[in-house]
Design a protein. Sequence first.
Length: 353
Amino acid sequence: MWQAKNTEEMQRRGFVVRTEIRDWLREHAEDLAAAMEIPLDDVGVEGKDGAGQRAEVVWTRVYSKSRTPSATDGWYIVYLFSGDGERVYLSLMQGTTEWIAGELKPREPAALKKRIDWARPLIEQVTPERADLLTEIRLNARTRLGKGYEPGNVVAIEYQRDAIPNSGVLSEDLLFMARLLGRLYRATDDATHVPGDVPVEVREATQSAATTANRRSARRGGQGFLLTAAERRAIEKRSVLLATEHFEAQGWTVKDVGASKPYDLHLTRGDEKLHVEVKGTTSDGSQIILTRAEVEWQRRFAPDNALVIVHSIELDRSVEPVSATGGALHCTSPWTIEEETLTVISYIHRTGL
């Protein structure tokens, strides 16, 4: 039974997950690499049982070093031990926390579900052969952290404490789950955006703010691919094009002023005028980045203003230069920016020195 204190029993439990299981997994490294279709030197194994006080739910995971160097990031397979010690799951898992503005925060349950709904169809061609796969796990945890793992499960195999199979079966199960993990890695590598993920623009902005503030957490890897300058230009060009076509179809005369004004499009139609901010993204558009100047100017322009979000843009990285296609347009006009819809990423602090 779990105790927060570092008792003899908890020390033994920690040695099992941090050393014994880790070493057993490392013996399978070559087979794991082949199953995941990644280089051998990219296979990572680690076990954790808490820092300071002992964690209620302990684990040992297998992952790609280049994709998920932290258990907060991406996808991995993990042995999760229930808080009461009665069962262990071999779970195809996702990170259930994320770095926001330099702080570790729980992922929203809705975001975790979106990622699961994206992942399960990718593995469904293989999973029907296993009748023992579970879509829900019960860790019997009392702590918030312990409970937080449950909604991150994609599929899992359950082992009861008094019915642990032999090493051969455990190895077969491990490699089966590794093949599923490899499918998710390849799909993630090819995806422009994974539903439920923090939009790449938000990751860039928060990482930049954390780096500027010299936060150590800003140097953490594995939080998803960032956009190149060429990709940003392609997304911007695509979003402005769709926005222009949208307004021209309504009889507006459209002028692109993004290079010289604090907004993107200036619209006129008779005596009417509109100041339009255009945001393009590969995500679902639920979050965008606004500068302080953009917010202040749009508040001055209201009600003669608009926000156009072109979301779900697809990037084709197979061509040179990269091209952007698709996209769904959403227009809000007049655009009233409410304070509660804004999240501060960083501050300037006047120290008085």
